[in-house]
Write a new protein. Structure first.
Length: 621
């Protein structure tokens, strides 16, 4: 869908149409403030911009479940979910936000069910739940069934349901538009809107908005081995950096322990929840030695490091499809799961293994290795989605700017996210951001007589002019290449740059790192790779449906984001959660129980963690 016309000014623009963006749209349209506005005859102007058709958003690939203490399968309580989230995040979690996440989780899941999500069911018709890594109950330090699921396709169910509800509410979409700039005033005090490129028409639009919500997802393509789809290039986070804003805790990147060999394709944690076991080259089920209580269902960072320890100790196996390759995998043994149950509860896992590994998981063990999966850090926000800047002493909110989902950091995941909390975060805090925007719009809606702000108009016009110039330059260079004019060559492209960047990041900081590996990645990425990204050229002069135009911007976004990730990683002299520095192997609460706040080209600042009622303790599983 494409807007029939672009309004002079919108009440709200939402960038991204995954679970967070769609939840923000529904939160807006279903809010009490919105109902009151419509009752008085006012219809707000809202636009959702997505670089993909919404049903292709990465939310659709989420497999295992959405976490909530429903108490249906066995005694559970939201307070244990809260505790597990804080502990799972290695205490780098803002406890006020985590408490809100856990307490509101049941109504979030029930709301999704009422909207049409077809959860799997128990024999008595209740929402089915399964065990997931790091989730416990008061009945001992053992996993509790807290992940509500739909076979192993919960993300698909949630994405389609939210999209259908948005269509029902009359939400307007601008699909396959790529946002190139987030426009703020000179003081970073107010947001003017965004600059967006319509890939269908080749037109650049300055989209003025009183409120902007960034919900663009994660950045798995920072790494070569990733479970993320090709579109997750950290756009929203890079836009924030380019606009002069900070990223919070961006050094914490979660590696999911069970990516399918060297494809990186995710084999859901549900495969272990249903009875799958990790084994080394000797056939030993090794996780009990690393996490005696939880074994294979320990937190993801714990399992990923255990796999790395086994392979480093010479107990790894090679991918059977590359028997002469590195022995950096272990076996996932699912043969104890009944074939009928496997097909019923894990259809997507089985299909992935059969299609991409040529194996039958009911009979064969499956090679797996850690794969980049989730960015815990992102654009810093309040629990209402408001973006802020930390000046070293206090928070300064950016008027009219919000963020939600994986690109945001409300700090409910800390240094490591628990399985099932991602979809919950996106749906719950996306909804809250939409409701907060609605309240602000109700107080001052855009109408025909609303005067524009000349400062913001000037900033928006300047950004559009600069972006149009960039596109024109790329097109002219493509014409030079096609004609063979001057010194123009086609010996590089955006896809090679992204591949080389991701390989450098993987060598530098994947799972384990130290000062030397961080520095080597910084030298390569901030030097030759950044230079290549700046000088990328197009190979076609087509302005419409030219994917290489957006690929160039994605490559540049990844460079900017990689530099921030490496700077934050270098600045944290401890190991915590997903970040394991072998030169600083211990957690240091005295010096580092702090959020990192990283802006482009500026020293990394640190903000205190919000401790409410759970004092930091030992993290063992």
């Amino acid at each position: 869908m494409t807007p029939k016309h672009i309004e002079e000014q919108y009440d709200a623009v939402i960038v991204g149409a995954g679970a967070a963006g769609l939840s923000a749209a529904l939160g807006f349209y279903r809010s009490e403030a919105m109902r009151d506005m419509r009752a008085s005859g006012v219809e707000p102007k809202v636009l959702v911009i997505s670089k993909l058709q919404p049903l292709r958003s990465h939310t659709g690939s989420a497999e295992g479940g959405i976490a909530a203490s429903l108490g249906d399968m066995e005694p559970d309580d939201w307070r244990w979910h809260y505790y597990d989230t804080v502990k799972g995040g290695d205490w780098l979690v803002d406890q006020d936000a985590a408490k809100l996440l856990a307490e509101d989780a049941p109504k979030t899941v029930i709301g999704l069910e009422r909207d049409g999500v077809a959860f799997s069911r128990t024999a008595d018709g209740l929402i089915a739940q399964r065990r997931f890594g790091g989730h416990t109950s008061e009945y001992g330090d053992k996993p509790v069934k807290r992940a509500a699921y739909s076979a192993d396709r919960i993300g698909h169910q949630i994405l389609h349901t939210l999209w259908q509800q948005c269509v029902h509410e009359g939400v307007e979409f601008a699909e396959e538009w790529y946002v190139t700039d987030l426009v703020l005033d000179g003081t970073l005090g107010r947001c003017a809107g965004v600059i967006a490129f319509d890939t269908h028409s080749g037109a650049t639009h300055a989209v003025a908005a009183r409120n902007t919500v960034i919900a663009t997802g994660g950045a798995g393509r920072l790494f070569h081995t990733t479970s993320n789809s090709y579109d997750l290039t950290g756009d929203g986070m890079a836009l924030a950096l380019d606009a002069g804003l900070q990223l919070e805790d961006i050094e914490f990147v979660q590696f999911h322990p069970t990516g399918l060999a060297h494809t990186g394709i995710l084999l859901s944690e549900a495969s272990r929840a249903e009875g799958g076991v990790l084994r080394n080259a000797d056939g030993e089920a090794f996780m009990a030695a690393y996490a005696p209580g939880h074994a294979d269902l320990a937190a993801r960072d714990v399992v990923s490091r255990a796999i790395r320890s086994e392979t480093d100790a010479g107990r790894g196996i090679a991918d059977p499809r590359d028997p002469q390759g590195p022995k950096d995998c272990v076996w996932l043994d699912m043969t104890a799961i009944a074939p009928v149950r496997m097909r019923e509860a894990l259809p997507q896992v089985v299909e992935t293994i059969e299609r991409y590994a040529g194996l039958d998981p009911s009979k064969d063990m499956v090679p797996v290795k850690p794969t980049a999966h989730y960015t815990m850090g992102g654009i810093p926000t309040t629990t209402d989605g408001e973006v802020y800047v930390w000046d070293g002493e206090r928070r300064k909110t950016v008027e009219g700017l919000y963020a939600a989902g994986e690109c945001a950091c409300v700090s409910v995941h800390g240094a490591n996210r628990l399985g099932g909390n991602s979809l919950l975060d996106a749906c719950l805090f996306g909804t809250r951001a939409g409701q907060a925007v609605a309240s602000r719009v109700a107080a001052d809606p855009v109408d025909a007589g609303t005067p524009s702000d000349p400062v913001l108009d000037e900033a928006l016009d300047a950004a559009k002019t600069a972006r149009d110039g960039d596109i024109d330059t790329l097109i002219e260079q493509a014409t030079d290449i096609q004609r063979g004019d001057g010194d123009a060559t086609d010996d590089d492209n955006a896809y090679r740059v992204i591949t080389d960047l991701s390989e450098a990041m993987e060598r530098g900081i994947a799972v384990l790192c130290d000062a030397g590996s961080i520095e080597r990645a910084q030298v390569v990425i901030s030097g030759p790779i950044a230079e290549r990204a700046r000088h990328l050229r197009l190979h076609s002069d087509a302005r419409t449906f030219n994917q290489e135009i957006t690929a160039v911007w994605e490559a540049r976004h990844l460079v900017r984001l990689a530099e921030a990730v490496l700077a934050a990683t270098d600045a944290r002299h401890e190991s915590r959660g997903s970040l394991m520095r072998t030169d600083f192997p211990d957690r240091d609460d005295e010096a580092w129980l702090m959020h990192s706040m990283t802006a482009a080209g500026a020293p990394v600042l640190h903000e205190p963690v919000h401790i409410v009622d759970i004092e930091p303790g030992a993290r063992a599983y």
